[in-house]
Ligand binder design. Structure first.
Ligand SMILES: Nc1ncnc2c1ncn2[C@@H]1O[C@H](COP(=O)(O)OP(=O)(O)OP(=O)(O)O)[C@@H](O)[C@H]1O
Ligand SMILES: [Mg+2]
Length: 380
């Protein structure tokens, strides 16, 4: 696929911005705080309907304005698709595909597939569990668009259930009606959550196989990467050795664990179990990378993960997703930089931001569209 046009209005520090892409390689260069990441963020939003960094849509709107618009034209299998997003919080965002309004996110997501790799990702292993969950949730959401709908349904149920637990906080035991009420919520919570855990296991199993190979290559065959999905619902899932559990089995485990936790949940007045509390850990030759790996080793893991994601997405959609590299290429040493660039298919559209174009290999700069970004304006 190829991103042909990007149009922004009142998005972040852009009043108006119209961009056309011509080549497979685009570089946005500019000093700090000029709007380079904001451009990639808008593309990320058109792909996932979620921001890379903002916790709410208000942050995405140019200060002093109320409505922001992001749109693009993407060419897929020789057909142009127009995507529009209108942000006008607290109203629900308006999303359109080829000018037709869509009510479900799943009817929008999947039109523009991207892999985003930014400097923060280099800290993925050391970051918060929520960063790692966001990584897989956004990635799975692109592959199985219904995942986003399920995730938001799960979060709604979780909120309702949490409110109930808060209301019952401090009770040593519940009466018949209260127990019945909570059981109704538990049933829905379990169905919604088990599916998420199942799809996460499935995704990580695919990533494991691919990332391990890439990781072996970058580490000269010395190191074995193993991913573990640590679930409060279904226990630890070793992506190398374990088989993906069917949703029914996960639901049974969820039910058992939720019963075990009920007392503690009531004491603390909090939901203590569910995929929203799960995490992912990475092991190199059986040692947990977060604690034991050097900075270079951690970067290698992240690079292998991102390339595995790229490979997996390509395989599923039978097309090349866009690759967004925010500041990251210059952070990799020559060998890793070259490995990443060599791993790209010839027609993978790559959009890169950097403060310093000098750091790029002169070979790479040969057939590149170079833009300068300065205070919310982009010049070719
Ligand atoms: N909602 C908003 N309204 C107006 N300006 C905003 C808004 N959100 C962010 N900005 C501004 O956008 C700029 C940051 O843009 P961005 O993160 O894209 O910078 P960058 O060019 O990637 O910089 P760096 O090289 O440091 O990563 C900041 O100056 C910030 O104040
Ligand atoms: Mg930036």
């Amino acid at each position: 696929m190829f991103l042909k046009e990007l149009n922004l209005s009142n998005f972040r520090n852009y009043k108006e911005c119209r961009l056309n892409f011509f080549k497979n390689k685009t570089i946005f260069v500019g000093k700090n705080a000029q709007g380079k990441t904001n451009l990639l963020e808008s593309i990320y939003y058109l792909s996932t309907l979620s921001s890379i960094r903002a916790s709410n849509d208000n942050e995405l709107i140019l200060k002093g304005q109320e409505v922001a618009k992001i749109s693009c034209v993407v060419n897929k299998y020789d057909t142009d698709i127009k995507l529009d997003v209108i942000l006008n919080p607290p109203k629900k965002k308006v999303i359109k595909v080829n000018t037709l309004k869509k009510t479900r996110y799943s009817n929008f997501i999947g039109n523009l597939a991207i892999i985003n790799f930014c400097i923060n990702d280099l800290l993925l292993l050391r970051g918060n569990p929520s960063d790692r969950r966001k990584w897989i949730d956004d990635a799975i959401g692109q592959l199985y668009p219904a995942y986003r709908d399920r995730l938001s349904r799960y979060n709604k149920i979780r909120l309702q259930r949490s409110n109930l637990i808060k209301e019952y906080k401090g009770k040593a035991s519940l009466n018949y009606y209260q127990q019945d009420f909570i059981s109704v919520w538990n049933d829905q919570f379990i169905i919604a959550g088990s599916n998420l855990v199942h799809l996460r296991q499935k995704f990580l199993k695919e990533i494991q196989a691919r990332a391990m190979e890439k990781h072996k290559h970058i580490s000269y065959g010395d190191e074995l990467l193993c991913i573990k999905y640590n679930s409060s619902v279904a226990g630890d899932f070793n992506c190398l050795e374990d088989n993906v559990q069917p949703p029914g089995l996960i639901a049974e485990l969820f039910e058992q664990n939720i019963k075990k936790k009920q007392k503690e949940e009531l004491i603390r007045g909090q939901t203590l179990i569910g995929p929203h509390r799960d995490d992912i850990s990475f092991f190199i030759n059986d040692l947990e990378a977060r604690q034991y790996a050097s900075q270079g080793q951690q970067r290698t893991v992240v690079l292998a993960l991102k390339l595995a994601e790229l490979d997996f997405v390509e395989n599923i959609i039978h097309d090349n997703p866009l690759l967004l590299l925010d500041d990251v290429l210059a952070e990799l040493d020559k060998f890793r930089q070259q490995y990443l660039l060599d791993s790209l298919k010839k027609n993978t559209q790559t959009i890169i931001t950097t403060v310093d174009v000098e750091k790029f290999d002169s070979d790479y700069l040969k057939d590149v569209d170079l833009y300068t970004v300065e205070a919310g304006t982009v010049r070719r």
